[in-house]
Design a protein around this ligand. Structure first.
Ligand code: ADP
Ligand code: MG
Length: 238
């Protein structure tokens, strides 16, 4: 069964159609990267998958279930944002455990999962700190840890490295790749950065103006771009 299936997803804001019929199937455990220029609809598509935005038409199917009317918290997904979106007044531990707490998990279970996630992301020394006492890279690891704690069927990342400097970007990217190998989870990752896409993806989805231009493994897109746009974006000469 596919972890995620999108069927003819369309989304308009007022008169403007931003997503123009997106069809995609993502296999269990796959790492899929959406790339495309700024404004092409990447974040909107991710928000539709997460349920933060309703599609104008089409179906979102997660692990075989149509979730169009299912609220975000019940979709079995966890999202990591470019801006981290941590609660400033909560410690790292409580930021990571908040989702579980709100869904009524027992304290011992929350502690067990928070400890496991913080070990995976080397966050143990910072558990009692607040976000303001952390670097940008540490904050993003907390946001990733918060997603891990929820043990989602599907991880959604929206340009998670964009606010980090170059060295941290490489480190955090490697950490996300390692997390994918360890958890064998399905991950959907949005970026406008070709290097991130080429190094992380099992398959790349190239978006342009609300449509999919091409889908395939990185080297296939690199060697056989479907058109000038893909060639220009993935960086091979055509
Ligand atoms: P990307 O993430 O690829 O940069 P977005 O999905 O954020 O692109 O935006 C795609 C288009 O939809 C842009 O033209 C943007 O201005 C527009 N858009 C996004 N969200 C809204 C909104 N809530 N209301 C109106 N227009 C929006
Ligand atoms: Mg965006």
């Amino acid at each position: 069964m596919d972890a995620l299936k999108l069927e003819d997803i369309r989304k308009s804001f007022g008169q403007v159609e931003v997503l123009k019929g997106i069809d995609l199937e993502v296999a269990d455990g796959e790492f899929v990267v959406f790339v495309g220029p700024s404004g092409c609809g990447k974040s909107t598509l991710l928000r539709v998958i997460a349920g933060l935005e309703d599609a104008s038409s089409g179906d979102v199917i997660i692990a075989g279930a149509r979730v169009n009317t299912v609220p975000p918290a019940k979709r079995g997904i966890a999202m990591v944002f470019q801006t981290y979106a941590l609660y400033p007044h909560l410690t790292v531990r409580n930021n990571m455990g908040l989702g579980l707490k709100q869904s009524g998990a027992p304290a011992a279970e929350i502690a067990r999962r928070t400890d496991a996630a913080s070990a995976m992301l080397s966050l143990e020394p910072y558990l009692e700190r607040r976000p303001a006492e952390l670097s940008g890279g540490q904050r993003q690891r907390v946001a990733i840890g918060r997603a891990v704690v929820r043990e989602p069927k599907l991880f959604l990342f929206d340009e998670p490295l964009s606010n980090l400097d170059a060295a941290l970007r490489v480190n955090t990217r490697l950490e996300i790749a390692q997390l994918h190998r360890r958890l064998r989870a399905t991950m959907i990752y949005v970026t406008h950065d070709q290097v991130e896409a080429m190094t992380l993806a099992d398959r790349i989805v190239v978006l342009n103006e609300g449509r999919i231009e091409q889908v395939g493994p990185p080297m296939e897109l690199y060697n056989n771009p479907a058109n000038e746009f893909v060639a220009g974006f993935i960086g091979s000469p055509k």
